[in-house]
Write a protein that binds this ligand. Structure first.
Ligand code: SF4
Length: 378
């Protein structure tokens, strides 16, 4: 496969730890960045993002951050975006000022407060304390540091408690993610017999609270689903039907699922990463759907879900997402809600009509039932 077949325009290189508690050294980072630089030049990449792990910097201090930034030398035409991922622990006033000074976007990754059950007080959770203290610093009037909260959804938490939490802490930007899962590693609810689409149900309830709010935070997922309802292009790993032009590399140069190509222990060349089968399929994931998804009435909005969630041992990525029912539920909830508010003539003009979950399920059930031996039960 020719690596140039993938016209990627954004690479995120994550220098975050992976089974390694040592901070990345300046020497390691220098080598990694030099390699990326060659790659950016060779393929004329326009947008290049680098994600750092806040944990590395907590121990090494602000001087370390300055040394790292000194290593970032890319061609002028490349737009470099720097991110820092943290659970909030690094967020002191000094750090916040440094991130602001160097235009580093802060992504606060949190899975703890959404894990609380309904009868626990979220505020008593120690990880939540770290998070809220950090957010308090970023929200100080006049500091105005750019940040976004990334939250792994836990469908057991009460959406209204979580919504109140977001509002109380004046969180302005939020991204929801579904827990990592696929057909070989099921989301927990599939094994304990809960609601068949608990994430879709949870997100629909959360959407309702958000929609009614006159001073809404920006929620990336909802924004994407609203745009997709009205046929606006959306670039997303989970929804829509655009090419996935984003490649993630970890600190060893690995990307996506480890393949025989990069299992040898040697750092693979970038061309090998760029052109490997996983990245190739991931790039085309929203265009090359399995036969169930290609019969789905909302395939343009859903696009088969995130590539990694389609995996099964026997069929590789040729499956609907393991979150298919959840995706159907939230997509159609938003879709039907929005078009209900349109006047009839506008609805006709846009050629939009209501679609029930049952009707959408019937369209995919036919093909699923014909292929019972082939496709996994949704
Ligand atoms: S079948 Fe499921 S996963 Fe596939 S496009 Fe439709 S909703 Fe998405």
């Amino acid at each position: 496969m020719n690596p140039k077949e993938i016209f990627c325009n954004e690479v995120i290189i994550s220098v975050m730890k992976e089974n390694d508690s040592n901070p990345i050294s300046i020497k390691e980072l220098e080598l990694l960045l030099l390699e990326q630089r060659e790659y950016v030049i060779e393929y004329g990449i326009k947008n290049f993002s680098i994600a750092f792990d806040g944990y590395d910097f907590i121990h090494e201090g602000i001087e370390h951050l300055k040394s790292v930034l000194g290593l970032i030398k890319f061609p002028l035409h490349t737009n470099i975006q720097l991110y820092i991922y943290t659970n909030g622990a690094i967020l002191t006033k000094d750090w916040a000022l440094s991130f602001k000074k160097y235009n580093i976007l802060i992504k606060i990754f949190n899975e703890s407060y959404l894990k609380v059950s309904n009868n626990l007080d979220v505020i008593r959770n120690s990880q939540v304390k770290v998070l809220t203290k950090g957010i308090g610093i970023l929200n100080v009037p006049g500091l105005e540091v750019n940040y976004e909260l990334i939250s792994v959804i836990d469908y057991r938490a009460d959406p209204s408690i979580i919504y109140n939490f977001i509002k109380r802490h004046a969180i302005k930007r939020l991204e929801f993610v579904l827990p990592e899962a696929n057909h070989n590693s099921y989301p927990v609810y599939k094994t304990v017999g809960h609601h068949p689409a608990p994430y879709g149900k949870w997100l629909s309830e959360f959407f309702e609270l958000w929609y009614k709010d006159n001073d809404k935070p920006f929620i990336r997922m909802f924004n994407q689903l609203i745009n997709l309802t009205f046929d606006q292009g959306v670039v997303s790993q989970t929804f829509g039907n655009s090419y996935n032009r984003r490649i993630y590399l970890d600190r060893n140069g690995y990307s996506g699922i480890r393949t025989s190509l990069n299992n040898s222990g040697a750092v693979p060349t970038l061309n090998a990463v760029y052109g490997n089968d996983y990245n190739y399929q991931n790039f085309h994931a929203k265009k090359k759907l399995c036969s169930v998804c290609s019969h789905c009435l909302i395939k343009k909005n859903c696009g088969g879900g995130a590539f990694s969630t389609r995996f099964s041992m026997d069929r590789s990525y040729d499956n609907p997402s393991v979150y298919c029912l959840d995706l159907l539920k939230i997509i159609l909830y938003i879709f039907n809600k929005l078009i209900a508010e349109l006047p009839n003539n506008k609805r006709d003009q846009l050629d939009l009509d209501f679609l029930s979950i049952e009707e959408a399920m019937r369209a995919i059930d036919d093909i699923r039932i014909k292929n019972t031996s082939k496709y996994i039960k949704l």
